[in-house]
Design a protein around this ligand. Sequence first.
Ligand code: KIV
Length: 272
Amino acid sequence: MSVAKKEYKRITVKSLVDMKSRGEKISMLTAYDYTMAKIVDGAGIDVILVGDSASNVMAGHETTLPITLDHMIYHASSVVRAIDRALVVVDLPFGTYQSDPKEALRSAIRIMKESGGHAVKMEGGKEIKESIKRILNAGIPVMGHLGLTPQSIYKFGTYTVRAKEEQEAKQLKEDALMLEKAGCFALVLEKIPAKLAKEVAKSVNIPVIGIGAGNGVDGQVLVTHDMVGMTHEFNPRFLRRYMNLYEEMTNAFSQYGKDVKSGDFPNDKEQY
Ligand code: KIV
């Protein structure tokens, strides 16, 4: 498939669907704060995800479950202030949309009003269909998320590859079609076999963004702190580390500590 390049001043949900139809892959990374979002946006990444992975990466929780709507709004509003071009998608956190469609809509409205984000992402298939529809009816774009859905980690019991068995793969394919039919503008597939992800991407017209889902999808997403190597204990097979910032930052901090102790910092030129 040829890769047509078109310069977009501002990425919208429509530009993403356009990219898929032209065979142009979509790049997506996470950001949770102003400074990181500024760098990611300036680098030309198409979509910034304010993921509930902030619960792990920023707050040090073991799972994504503890992060609240207020926390997500704080992170998302910091990101929105930084961006000129990227589409900003914000995760609806655990417990803010599963109980009933009205609560789901209230949560999505708070995200849109209080953070200025452009769309929300929700984990799950048929079980949250009514909530998704309610949010879409209010004019809020929704990105779906299937496969490994970390908000259900206590149901799965493990972070291993999902949908390897026929029954789960069949359900995932049905859920993807349902999400497209309901009106979602895109879909994340996390940690599923590459063959299945490719099949799903071919079966829908909306863009499918993969993480640990192979190269047969329409775009890729990674957690920024993982791909720049700021985190170093999380090493799944799908992760490509573009830098080793953990080591570089450790060396810089350690050198700074030594320079302060020795009196080398600040020198004559570094004072008034
Ligand atoms: O929260 C997150 O960062 C995510 C990505 C892993 C897709 O949902």
